[in-house]
Design a protein around this ligand. Structure first.
Ligand SMILES: [Zn+2]
Length: 88
């Protein structure tokens, strides 16, 4: 038994949580999940391609089962990737 896996909403591949960026829905906006934020989550691989696929297929709205404003998410996502690259 390994770590529990989650599915990337962009490419649908399964990875462990620490290999994915976790997104949450806060007040109708998609944002990066903070620590143990509760509620529904969506996971994405840390690359622009998966985000682009998810946005194109409206996969975030489906994952959250709600109207999800994703207009700020590209920037947050890019920042998160930069942070991860800086520490690794
Ligand atoms: Zn992916």
């Amino acid at each position: 038994m390994g770590a529990p896996e989650r599915t990337c909403v962009g490419c649908r591949s399964r990875k462990t949580r620490d290999q994915l960026i976790r997104l949450a829905l806060v007040d109708g906006r998609v944002t990066l999940a903070q620590g143990s934020s509760r509620g529904r989550s969506a996971y994405l691989c840390p690359n622009d391609e998966c985000l682009a696929k998810a946005l194109r297929r409206k996969a975030l709205k489906r994952a959250f089962r709600a109207e999800a404003r994703d207009d700020g998410v590209r920037e947050l996502f890019a920042q998160e990737i930069a942070v991860r690259e800086a520490v690794s």
